[in-house]
Design a protein around this ligand. Structure first.
Ligand code: SF4
Length: 663
């Protein structure tokens, strides 16, 4: 029997408008239906707000009970969405920004929602909605038709989508589409793009294009060229997931392909236990009483069972001195240290998978449904994205780092306005050539904060040297893998950035796009911004070069007789055990201890409200080297994002300062 493909949908039920007016929101949750779209819909609703980190310990329908409880303003209570029986959820710009967690749209769907309407929809969130059969649109005109109970052609929800995504929507999700694909009922359109100059990512995609998915045909690969909008499946070189997402993907994998299904080529699949390593040390009594500690432990158990049954390498926890001290690594740090290579396609169930683009590979985050399919097929669907090119000139002034570059870029109207959603950020130019690999990794890591598909830097001798030193690879073999953008390639936009004009930046609480120069903060805040916590860590701020930066400030402070300011806690958390070893060899562990730092072994920790360094009250102020500061992400307090230099200098000063303020 042919797999069902929808041509129309009829939606009936209530419409929930997520508005900035708390009273209006409360009234809707209590049963009032609004006659029209209200003013001031909430923009930038992150997946952290839809499903706060702790709610993600549930990966079955239970999570629907907590849908939107993290929404700013604290108006939405447990079960409110389910009890309200809303079919449509409406909000403003950039719906679903932040983490790639598929449980966010899944939570909305299991409350009964069938359609998400927003002024703009973030790329990974939108793709996750398609994969699970949740309709999305940016066309507010459809609301009236929903209200009238019209039968609406499915084409209204696929307008503007690439052909594969449109078919996924019509089939009601990726599993149904893939079943139809494997049954020969549907196939992605043949790529007929004529040879053309291509960007870096386009070239990697073209080389990895799957032209024949049938296993008995050996899975033919490669087309001569692709162009933005081409829709296809690409063969992956590295697939990975962490404990937050592996259990959901595992359940989907079994449901989709059967209990006996095997992961294809498990030697290129990796799993990490890195997100929740220290969770129990900071879990509130209230959450323990809710049974969240047991729910979180179950994630680990399910992940271990799956990886061992499928012969998948699991990077877990490590012991030192006979005790378990932390994780082996945060996934993205390990992918760079050990797994990805220039020219690869890397996909992971985490939005910061893009960090590996620093090696010159095409690396991007996917949801659990995409990963469950990729485990089986080894391929993942891609609509070739447009590329925005940043040409970096000049040299960074002293005290300014790649983090400041990104906070500056993100604060520009192009990104704040959502124009960059789904685009590749390609960094090039003489300014980038002078940056060490770890600094490039900060740029690519934070591409997703711009709403980008990914970030990428053309590999060069810096990358070659790193891979020779780090992995003992042959330099010529590495060079042979390097992919370069073609001269004459087309870019959606091109920005010139003079690094010499940049200065230390800070993103004020709520959004990484809130960047302002540190020197203006005092005036804006009406005085010094005093801090309680300074946090140096995460995949973004826990690299070897970041350790050099923390050490440079702290050493200077110690020389002038200063330490971490009274009342301030400075945490430094390593991105991997390799990075910790580096810090130890350089003498930083002793230096950090002398300065009053609390050292933390590798894990995502406070970045995801699951380890030392989280805030516990609304009043607490943190300056942090992590990559995002969406409401509630690292606790209820206020989080300012900054560079490792600013974090360390602020810890010494007791309030947010640029590093030169220490003298
Ligand atoms: S450190 Fe933070 S941003 Fe990085 S992978 Fe972990 S949770 Fe995500």
């Amino acid at each position: 029997m042919a797999i069902e493909r929808r041509t129309t949908v009829k939606l009936s039920g209530r419409i929930l408008y997520l508005t900035e007016d708390p009273d209006l929101l409360r009234r809707q949750l209590a049963g009032e239906d609004l006659p029209s779209v209200p003013d001031r819909l909430i923009d930038n609703i992150s997946t952290d707000e839809i499903t706060p980190g702790w709610a993600c310990y549930y990966y079955d329908e239970t999570i629907g009970r907590y849908c939107l409880v993290g929404l700013r303003g604290g108006v939405v209570d447990k079960d409110a969405l389910r009890n309200g029986a809303f079919t449509v959820i409406v909000s403003g710009r950039s719906k679903g920004c932040g983490s790639s967690r598929e449980v966010a749209p899944y939570a909305e769907m299991v409350t009964g929602a069938r359609l998400i309407v927003a002024r703009s929809i973030e790329k990974i969130y939108g793709q996750n909605c398609q994969n699970i059969g949740l309709l999305t649109t940016t066309d507010f005109g459809l609301l009236e038709r929903v209200r009238r109970g019209e039968e609406i052609p499915i084409a209204e929800f696929t307008r503007g989508l690439d052909p594969v995504s449109a078919e996924v929507v019509a089939y009601g999700g990726l599993f149904a589409y893939n079943r139809a694909r494997l049954a020969g009922e549907v196939s992605p359109p043949r790529i007929t793009t004529a040879p053309r100059p291509m960007t870096l990512c386009e070239k990697i995609i073209a080389r990895h294009a799957v032209t024949d998915a049938r296993r008995d045909h050996g899975g033919a690969l490669g087309v001569v060229a692709v162009a933005p909008g081409d829709a296809l499946f690409v063969r992956t070189d590295v697939r990975f997931s962490h404990e937050y997402t592996t259990p959901q993907a595992e359940g989907l994998f079994r449901a989709g392909f059967g209990d006996d299904a095997r992961v294809t080529e498990p030697e290129t699949v990796f799993a990490f236990r890195d997100h929740l390593t220290f969770l129990e040390s900071v879990m509130s009594k209230e959450h323990v009483a809710m049974g969240l500690d047991a729910a979180a432990r179950k994630l680990k158990v399910v992940q271990e069972g799956f990886t061992s049954a499928q012969s998948i390498k699991l990077f877990g926890e490590v012991e030192r001195g006979g005790a378990t001290v932390g994780s082996e690594a945060i996934c993205h740090n390990k992918v760079i240290e050990e797994l990805a290579l220039p020219g690869d396609v890397v996909c992971g169930t985490d939005s910061h998978t893009c960090m590996a683009g620093a090696l010159g590979c095409f690396a991007f985050g996917v949801g659990s449904t995409d990963m469950a399919n990729a485990w089986y097929t080894r391929d993942v669907r891609v609509a070739v994205p447009e590329t925005v090119r940043f040409v970096l000139h000049g040299a960074l002034p002293p005290g300014v780092t790649a983090k400041d570059v990104m906070l500056h870029i993100l604060s520009q109207p192009f990104w704040r306005g959502g124009q960059g959603i789904g685009k590749v950020l390609e960094f090039a130019g003489p300014g980038i050539a002078a940056l060490p690999l770890d600094e490039r990794a900060t740029l690519t890591n934070m591409a997703v904060e711009a709403g980008g598909f990914t970030g990428i830097v053309e590999a060069d001798e810096v990358v070659t040297d790193y891979l020779v030193r780090q992995r003992g690879l042959d330099a010529e073999a590495v060079r042979a893998r390097i992919v370069r953008a073609d001269p004459g390639a087309s870019y959606a936009h091109s920005f010139e950035v003079d690094l010499a004009t940049l200065e230390p930046m800070v993103a004020t609480p709520g959004d990484p796009r809130n960047g302002v120069p540190v020197r203006t903060l005092r005036d804006k805040a009406g005085g010094d911004v005093k801090i309680d916590i300074a946090y140096g860590g995460s995949c973004t701020g826990g690299k070897k070069h970041d350790m050099d930066l923390y050490a440079s400030v702290l050493e200077r402070a110690l020389r002038s007789g200063r330490k971490v300011a009274p009342g301030v806690r400075l945490y430094i958390q390593f991105g991997s055990q390799d990075i910790r070893r580096y810090a130890e060899e350089k003498g930083y562990l002793a230096l950090f201890a002398r300065a009053g730092v609390t050292l933390v072994d590798p894990s995502c920790g406070a970045c995801i409200k699951a380890g030392p360094g989280v805030s516990v009250t609304r009043d607490e102020v943190t300056v942090s080297a992590i990559n995002r500061n969406f409401p509630g992400r690292s606790g209820p307090g206020q989080v300012y994002l900054a560079s490792p230099l600013v974090v360390a200098a602020s810890a010494i000063a007791g309030h947010i300062v640029a590093p030169d303020a220490l003298g």
